[in-house]
Design a protein around this ligand. Structure first.
Ligand SMILES: NC(=O)C1=CN([C@@H]2O[C@H](COP(=O)(O)OP(=O)(O)OC[C@H]3O[C@@H](n4cnc5c(N)ncnc54)[C@H](OP(=O)(O)O)[C@@H]3O)[C@@H](O)[C@H]2O)C=CC1
Ligand SMILES: O=C(O)C1=N[C@H](C(=O)O)C[C@H](O)C1
Length: 261
């Protein structure tokens, strides 16, 4: 049994993850974490009355034998949480987006020093992992590209971690070139979206949406659109489960679910 702690257990993703961990026969939920939680045990929530799982509310007071730390919290807390996990020999499986490149590098150095395996996955959904790989492949031949990501209107970070990672993967292969009209002017600031190495990223936030992305390529007289949709947060759970099962076999902190599939 893999002993698991879920950080952000009351959130949209954290709650879905708690259910997955409780239902998975190979996992044992040994703790949940949220600094704002008022309960002492998960069983105070009627939906989990049959469980016996301690609720932690302060990083400094966490005493746990957890082997894997699953994190779906906030862009402002994920760095400290991941650092705590690595420092305590707990393998982080991080879904929270919004860390800077410098923060990720610092955590990777710490994982190497501690020889602890971990994963940061901008997206645990297989459709998104495939979209990023297909987009990288297409960009070799169609270097003019724009990304549109669409999410629920409670999302904190923009652009999404998936969109940023898509742009980074494309940038690895895309021929450097100026895209669009060099004389273009935004008559309404922001109209052309964010700029990642010349690629435009547009973030849509609307009620009713969950998580969706389109990568649009344009060529002479032709276009290609690659799209993925997460209609339900269950779409992320098989990726989280695979990472939780496998991550202790590694001794570095990797970025991208594809590294362990
Ligand atoms: N990689 C992937 O496949 C996916 C990643 N995500 C990412 O996961 C993150 C969470 O998303 P979502 O569940 O929708 O967000 P929610 O806001 O629903 O959940 C976040 C939860 O974390 C709690 N929290 C805040 N600070 C801390 C902390 N320091 N430690 C522990 N818990 C804390 C929040 O409490 P409070 O509200 O009281 O602050 C809240 O309950 C986002 O960054 C999102 O982009 C989402 C879906 C898939
Ligand atoms: O906040 C979300 O919901 C999601 N966040 C991740 C991201 O920023 O890419 C993954 C997925 O898009 C859902």
């Amino acid at each position: 049994m893999v002993k698991v702690l879920v950080a952000g257990f009351k959130g949209r993703m954290g709650n879905t993850t708690v259910q997955m961990v409780l239902e998975h026969e190979g996992f044992d939920l040994v703790g949940v974490f949220d600094p704002m939680a008022s309960e002492k045990n998960l069983n105070e929530n009627p939906a989990y009355s049959q469980t016996d799982v301690p609720v932690f509310t302060n990083l400094a007071n966490i005493k746990t034998d957890a082997e894997v730390w699953i994190d779906f919290t906030r862009p402002t807390s994920v760095f400290e949480n991941t650092k705590f996990a690595l420092e305590h020999g707990i393998s982080p499986v991080i879904g929270t987006t919004g860390m800077t490149d410098d923060q990720v590098k610092e955590l990777q150095a710490l994982a190497k020093e501690k020889q602890v395996g971990g994963l940061i996955a901008p997206n645990f959904g297989i459709s998104a992992v495939l979209l990023m790989q297909f987009a990288k492949q297409a960009a070799k031949y169609l270097p003019d590209v724009e990304i549109i990501e669409m999410h629920h209107d409670n999302k904190l970070d923009a652009p999404s971690g998936t969109a940023l990672n898509t742009a980074k993967m494309i940038a690895e292969v895309r021929k450097e070139h100026y895209q669009g009209n060099p004389d273009e002017k935004e008559t309404l600031p922001g109209a052309r979206g964010a700029n990642y190495e010349g690629m435009r990223i547009h973030a849509v936030r609307l009620p009713g949406y969950v998580a969706h992305e389109q990568v649009l390529f344009g060529g002479k007289g032709e276009a290609l659109t690659i799209r993925q949709d997460s209609f339900d947060r269950i779409s992320f759970m098989s990726g989280v489960a695979v990472a939780t099962e496998k991550i202790r076999n590694y001794s570095e902190l990797m970025v991208g679910l594809e590294n362990i599939l």
